[in-house]
Design a protein around this ligand. Structure first.
Ligand code: AMP
Ligand code: MG
Length: 364
């Protein structure tokens, strides 16, 4: 059984474009990861969305360790990662046409399908529910790991529950430390935010969580319009585990339609402020930026690069122990919906216990 006290090794992995096999160093890292996982241990895996905390999805004890390591509520189901459509279908008691279309058009990629679960998928994975969430990640090394195991991996984001998801191996180590047995390091995640989750058990299919693949992109793949995600974080959850507060830095965060005024007011009140601005800096922004009490971070005005760096920026700014993080309200539109969703959850009031006082059974 893996030890719970030593800090994990971080092994670099890569798969050069066009290569048919991994370089020797990556090959050895994959063998190590297989050994750790087969022994019931947990491996942090790179994906194109965020780093995952992986254990064998079909092993109840491995999955239980994931919940304990994260301090995750047992009512919050996990996404199961597969190396392709065939492995996905084997986890489903029924494979809806919508799941088939999404998988064929978008996998490997940042979209998760929710389908009726096969009896052999342990209840702990699905939080006791009749459906299972499945995704095939666009990360060659991780797909090879799953292929070598010959079985799927359950992998929620590799962070303590309710906190920011990790987009680098260093973020994983900071958040989970010795709770993970091995980290595979493929550098920064390309997409940077969690997958789009689509319920394929209803007609039309419904987006449960917005993500890198927009409703428009999915409608094109499906040939039909999807039901929109609820924009009200206090509405009853159709998707368990979608807590209002989630993906949150420790520093209080506020989305502001008039951020320059808000930042100025906070500075006048003697606060230290981080400010994520989107769009060209005007004279006023430049004047505010001269204050020693503010950290101004210009964010890209295209949603793809914005998402890719969002968590890394929030992780970095969170370390400065500022009083507030003020974020320019992102532009409207389908392509910005996932960023809106994550920022809204990060800004939601902190009613849940924090990492420091959370016990595995009491935090989500
Ligand atoms: P993450 O922590 O990013 O891995 O998020 C996993 C999320 O996927 C959960 O919080 C749920 O919102 C969603 N999810 C997982 N399994 C299911 C399921 N069976 N039905 C609906 N949503 C699910
Ligand atoms: Mg998560």
């Amino acid at each position: 059984m893996p030890m719970d006290h030593a800090l994990p090794d971080t092994l670099p992995v890569r798969w050069p474009a066009g290569a048919t096999a991994p370089p020797a160093e990556t090959d050895a890292a994959l063998d190590r990861a297989v050994t750790v996982l087969r022994a019931g241990g947990l491996v942090a895996i790179p994906t194109e969305t965020v780093y995952g905390l992986a254990g064998l999805a079909l092993s109840e004890s491995s999955v239980e360790r994931i919940f304990i390591a994260k301090g995750r509520l047992s009512t919050n189901p996990l996404i199961v990662h597969v190396d392709g459509v065939e492995m996905a279908r084997a986890l489903a008691s029924e494979w809806p046409v919508a799941a088939e279309r999404i998988a064929r058009a978008c996998w490997p990629g940042p979209v998760t399908v929710v389908v009726p679960k096969a009896p052999h998928v342990p209840d702990i994975v699905t939080a006791g529910g009749p459906t299972v969430a499945i995704r095939c990640p666009d990360q060659r090394v991780t797909r090879e790991l799953i292929a070598r195991l010959g079985e799927p991996l359950a992998a929620p984001s590799a962070n303590r529950s309710l906190r920011l998801s990790p987009t680098t191996a260093a973020h994983v180590l900071e958040s989970l430390g010795a709770k993970v047995d091995l980290i595979l390091d493929a550098g920064s995640c390309g997409r940077g935010i969690e997958s789009t989750v689509v319920d394929c058990t209803v007609s039309p299919p419904a987006i449960l969580r917005p993500g890198p693949l927009s409703a428009t992109a999915l409608a094109a793949a499906l040939g039909e319009t999807l039901a929109a995600p609820t924009t009200d974080p206090s509405a009853p959850a159709r998707s368990p585990g979608q807590a209002a507060r989630h993906y949150a830095p420790r520093t209080p965060l506020e989305i502001s339609p008039s951020a320059a005024e808000r930042v100025s007011a906070l500075l006048r009140a003697g606060k230290r402020v981080g400010w994520l601005t989107t769009g060209a800096a005007d004279a006023r922004t430049r004047r505010i930026a001269t204050s020693a009490e503010v950290v101004v971070v210009p964010m890209p005005d295209d949603p793809v690069t914005h998402a890719a760096m969002l968590y890394a920026v929030l992780h970095a700014i969170d370390k400065r122990s500022l009083d507030w993080i003020i974020v320019d309200e992102p532009p409207a539109g389908d392509d910005w919906q996932a960023i809106h969703d994550r920022l809204t959850r990060a800004a939601s009031p902190d009613e849940a216990p924090t990492d420091d006082d959370a016990s595995p059974s009491s935090s989500g």
